[in-house]
Design a protein around this ligand. Structure first.
Ligand SMILES: NC(=O)c1ccc[n+]([C@@H]2O[C@H](COP(=O)([O-])OP(=O)(O)OC[C@H]3O[C@@H](n4cnc5c(N)ncnc54)[C@H](OP(=O)(O)O)[C@@H]3O)[C@@H](O)[C@H]2O)c1
Length: 381
């Protein structure tokens, strides 16, 4: 689709500050927003067009199955204080998007009702006080919502530059899992070099990132997954062992793999059915980090004795309700510690499938079917 503001980028796909040239003619009259955008562009000696007023977005017409996701036209959002407006080139699909579509994960107050927690694209407008990035910068961002759209506003502190060698699809596949894994496996779980971790859902978007970062930061990663193909993928990503939980008892396998010592951190997204076995898997001083309850949250009979005898920590967190400053401090840590690893190509997203934005429903069907390994991404531009 072409609309006012469409522009052509000149230079490599991954240059940080690409030169941009407008393809269309100047509109006859400019509103205040357009004049401000053009003034900012002129100051930077680049030619940028103001964003259009309307965009294509994916609307969830009601809570329900994938078919409720339909492309519609709606207004382009304006960046508020400390926000940037991103012309979205790609948007990641995440399991929480499925929950939001079903009406089980409402957006926090003030967040866009449009589904979509991560995007990659070009900054096209700065809100008052927005710092750190300029118009024309290519960023990937953890959004507060609104990613399944041609334009999305994001607090500037939640943006990161595209790692070297990443295109829009790869960059859009990073924020949600890298923010989540850093905050949970490394910050809450305190995984450190020389330690061992068990990553459940090893081929989920989260699992792929957790295995790679654990390996990169000197830890030994074990993973669980539901098929032989998924287990092979875990090994290829750097897991020392992968356990097919449908065929093997993962707690017994972990005891055998660690000579009875156990692991230091379990990163779990399954919940109740794994609760007691996760405690069995932990070494003395171990940490259980809960990030989801795909198998349920309520445990009827859990023997907590091991928490005392092994001095265990049970913790967990959610990402979306965190404040802008919390997300910004995670972004800063990622920029310093993890983005150099991505720049060097030592880890990165595993892209399973890419769909056009208009086929968001198909992307959700694939995610719910559950055979994917790594990330599902929407191509927006
Ligand atoms: N707390 C947070 O801050 C946070 C942030 C982001 C995501 N999350 C959560 O982390 C989890 C992974 O997210 P993602 O986007 O990486 O998801 P994903 O790619 O769809 O992966 C989920 C995987 O979990 C495995 N699984 C195990 N038990 C399952 C069950 N009962 N139902 C469905 N899948 C099951 C499946 O692989 P197998 O075939 O191997 O079973 C599935 O592929 C989600 O639950 C998500 O809500 C939490």
């Amino acid at each position: 689709m072409r609309h006012r503001g469409l522009s052509a980028r000149i230079g490599s796909r991954c240059q940080r500050r690409p030169v941009t040239r407008h393809l269309g003619s100047t509109p006859p009259s400019l509103d205040a927003r357009e004049m401000a955008a053009n003034a900012a562009s002129n100051a930077n000696e680049r030619v940028y067009m103001a964003p259009p007023k309307q965009m294509v977005l994916i609307s969830a017409t009601a809570a329900g199955g994938p078919d409720v996701l339909v492309p519609v036209t709606g207004p382009v959002p304006s960046p508020g204080p400390d926000e940037v407006l991103i012309r979205v080139e790609a948007a990641g699909v995440n399991r929480p998007d499925v929950l939001q579509r079903k009406g089980l994960y409402p957006p926090p107050p003030g967040a866009s009702p449009i589904i979509g927690l991560e995007v990659a694209g070009e900054v096209v407008e700065l809100g008052p006080g927005a710092a750190g990035f300029g118009v024309g910068d290519r960023v990937c961002a953890l959004t507060n919502g609104g990613g399944y759209a041609e334009y999305c506003t994001v607090p500037a502190p939640q943006c990161l530059r595209w790692p070297q060698g990443c295109d829009a699809i790869a960059a859009a596949a990073l924020p949600e899992t890298y923010f989540t894994v850093w905050a949970n496996l490394f910050q809450l779980g305190r995984l450190s070099s020389g330690e061992r971790t068990l990553v459940h859902g090893g081929t989920s978007g989260i699992g792929v990132t957790a295995i790679q970062l654990a390996r990169e930061f000197g830890a030994t990663a074990y993973a669980t997954a539901g098929t032989a193909e998924k287990c092979a993928a875990c090994l290829a990503l750097g897991a020392t062992a992968a356990i097919n939980y449908r065929e093997q008892e993962f707690a017994d396998e972990i005891q055998a793999l660690t000579d009875g010592r156990g692991v230091d951190v379990v990163l779990d997204m399954v919940g109740a059915p794994y609760a007691e076995r996760n405690l069995w898997c932990l070494a003395f001083g171990g940490r259980l980090v809960l990030i989801a309850f795909l198998g349920g949250a309520k445990v009827s009979q859990l023997d907590l004795t091991q928490v005392m005898t092994k001095r265990l920590t049970i913790t967990g967190s959610t990402m979306r309700p965190r404040s802008k400053s919390e997300k910004g401090s995670i972004a800063a840590a990622l920029s310093e510690r993890v983005w150099p690893v991505l720049d060097a190509g030592r880890c990165g997203p595993r892209i399973h499938a890419v769909f056009p934005l208009a086929q968001a429903a198909d992307a959700h069907r694939l995610m719910e079917e559950g055979s994917h390994i790594g990330k599902i991404v929407l191509r927006v531009a």
